[in-house]
Design a protein around this ligand. Structure first.
Ligand code: ABU
Length: 377
C-alpha cells in the first residue's frame, strides 16, 4: 500500500525511503552546441556541432526500465511520482542567449536538492538545462498544497551569458598535453568562471548536518558559497577529485550508510584533509568494484562508473544496476541486501539509479554523523 499524504523530508542518502521522484526518458536530446559542453560522438551519429533526439528505440527501452524501476519501488511501499516531459527539441532563449535545444527530464537528481523539508531547484549551468525545472513544477506545486511545512526554494537563475564561461574552453582543452590536463585538474580549471553562482543538485551528497559539495565542471566556487550561505545551520565541505570531466558526485564518492562511503578507485580525492575528516569520524571508505563496462555507454555523457550510482532504500538495502555483478557482490559482502535493477538502457538519458531519482521523503531526522571537526576542511 503506497502512502498518499505528502510529507517532504530527507536529510541524507540512506534513511528509509518513502517517497521519490523517478525521471522519464521521453524526448531526451543530444543537446545543441553551447559554451558549457562539447558533445562529439561521431561513431554514434552525433559529431561535434550536431544535435537531435536520441533514437526512439533507445528511448522506449529506457522508459521500460524506468517504469519497471518505479513499479519495483512501489511494490516495496514507496510512493513514486514522475515529472512532466516537455518538447525538449524546442529552441529556448533568455534576453542573453538562445539555445537550439533543451535536454530532457530523466535525471531529477541533477535539478532537485532535498534538505530536510526543503526542495531547492538548482541553478544548473548549461543553457540546454536552464528550463528543466519546469518539468518538476506540477509536482512541486502539488507538494506545496499538500504539505504545509514544505519549503519550496529556487536558487537565483544564472544569466549564463558569455562571461559565465571561459573563452574557447573546449577547443583549448583538446590541445592540452597530459601534463597540462593534470595541471588543470589540480587547479580545478573547469569551463565555468566565477561570474555567478552555478551548481547542479547532483554535486551535493547529504549526511545530516554535513553537506559535501563537489567542485566540478557544473558547480563553481560561487555556487558553493551560495549554498553555504543558504544552509547556515549545516556544515558545507567543498571537495574535489582527480578527474578530467568532473560532473556530479554520485559516480565518484557515494555515502552508503552512517560510517561507510564508496569511493571511485581512479578519481582520487584531492581536497586537503578530506580523508582525515572521514577517518577521524570513524568512517570507512571502500573503493568500489570493477565496473561491467570498459567505456562510456553510447551517447552517454556519463561514465562506466555509473556502476557505483546506486539508490539506498534504507541503511541496509541498495538498488544496483543488474549488470554490475562485481558491485553487487561487494555490497553483499558489506552486509547489504542487494536489489538488482536492469538499468543499462537508461544511461544515455543522463545517468544511473541515483541520477534517475530525487528524494521527497525519507523517514528520519537531521543527525550528526561527523561530530569531530578537522581544521581546514
Ligand atoms: N551524474 C552521473 C555521474 C557522471 C559520471 O561521473 O559518470
Amino acid at each position: 500500500m503506497t502512502e498518499k499524504k505528502t510529507l517532504v523530508n530527507s536529510w541524507n542518502e540512506w534513511d528509509p525511503l518513502k517517497h521519490v521522484i523517478v525521471g522519464r526518458a521521453d524526448g531526451t536530446m543530444v543537446t545543441a552546441p553551447e559554451p558549457a559542453i562539447a558533445r562529439d560522438w561521431p561513431k554514434h551519429g552525433f559529431p561535434l556541432g550536431t544535435y537531435g533526439p536520441l533514437p526512439k528505440e533507445m528511448e522506449a527501452k529506457a522508459n521500460e526500465q524506468l517504469d519497471n524501476f518505479a513499479k519495483l519501488l512501489e511494490s516495496r511501499g514507496i510512493r513514486v511520482d514522475r515529472p512532466t516531459p516537455m518538447d525538449f527539441s524546442q529552441k529556448v532563449q533568455t534576453p542573453d542567449w538562445h539555445q537550439d535545444s533543451m535536454f530532457g527530464c530523466m535525471p531529477p537528481r541533477d535539478v532537485l536538492l532535498t534538505v530536510g523539508n526543503e526542495i531547492l531547484e538548482a541553478t544548473m549551468s548549461q543553457r540546454s538545462r536552464w528550463h528543466e525545472y519546469l518539468c518538476y513544477r506540477p509536482l512541486l506545486e502539488q507538494y506545496f498544497k499538500e504539505d504545509p511545512k514544505f519549503r519550496w526554494e529556487a536558487a537565483p537563475k544564472p544569466r549564463l551569458a558569455e562571461s559565465t564561461y571561459k573563452d574557447d574552453y573546449w577547443n583549448m582543452w583538446k590541445k592540452k598535453s597530459k601534463e597540462e590536463k593534470d595541471q588543470a585538474i589540480y587547479n580545478r580549471d573547469w569551463v565555468l568562471t566565477e561570474k555567478e553562482p552555478c551548481f547542479d543538485a547532483a554535486d551535493i551528497a547529504r549526511a545530516g548536518k554535513d553537506l559535501f559539495v563537489y567542485h566540478s565542471s557544473v558547480t563553481n566556487r560561487a555556487g558553493f558559497d551560495w549554498l553555504r550561505r543558504h544552509f547556515p545551520d549545516h556544515r558545507l565541505h567543498s571537495i574535489w577529485f582527480y578527474e578530467t570531466n568532473p560532473i556530479h558526485i554520485d559516480a565518484t564518492f557515494v555515502l552508503l550508510r552512517p560510517g561507510l562511503a564508496l569511493s571511485n578507485p581512479v578519481r582520487k580525492p584531492l581536497a586537503p584533509k578530506m580523508i582525515e575528516f572521514f577517518e577521524k569520524n570513524g568512517w570507512e571508505i571502500v573503493e568500489c568494484a570493477e565496473p561491467a563496462l570498459d567505456d562510456y555507454p553510447p551517447l552517454s555523457f556519463c561514465s562506466k562508473w555509473l556502476s557505483m550510482n546506486t539508490l539506498m532504500l534504507d541503511p541496509k538495502t541498495v538498488c544496483v544496476d543488474a549488470q554490475e555483478k562485481k558491485q553487487m557482490e561487494q555490497f553483499d559482502k558489506l552486509g547489504f541486501e542487494v536489489i538488482p535493477v536492469p538499468f543499462i538502457d537508461v544511461s544515455a538519458f543522463g545517468g544511473g539509479l541515483h541520477c534517475a531519482t530525487a528524494d521527497v521523503y525519507r523517514a528520519g531526522d537531521c543527525e550528526e554523523y561527523f561530530p569531530k571537526q578537522v581544521e581546514g576542511f
